[in-house]
Design a protein around this ligand. Structure first.
Ligand SMILES: [Zn+2]
Length: 68
């Protein structure tokens, strides 16, 4: 089966731009607020114990961090 990259929606595009202007990637984790998908915000890993990464929801702009 050939894997094709789906096109971004406008909401997704705007979400990229509004978060440091760099492409984010999906976490596969659901937003606890609206049930949408959370995205990683940049590549930065928060050096706490255990390490975490900032994530945000493209639908409701919920921001949090998850373990990585
Ligand atoms: Zn949400």
């Amino acid at each position: 089966m050939k894997e094709s990259k789906p096109l971004k929606t406008i909401a997704e595009h705007n979400f990229y731009i509004s978060n440091l202007g760099i492409e984010t990637s999906k976490t596969g984790v659901a937003c606890p607020k609206c049930g949408g998908e959370l995205w990683y915000l940049g590549e930065e890993i928060l050096l706490c114990d255990p390490p975490r990464r900032d994530v945000g929801c493209e639908k409701c702009n919920y921001l949090t961090s998850i373990l990585c």
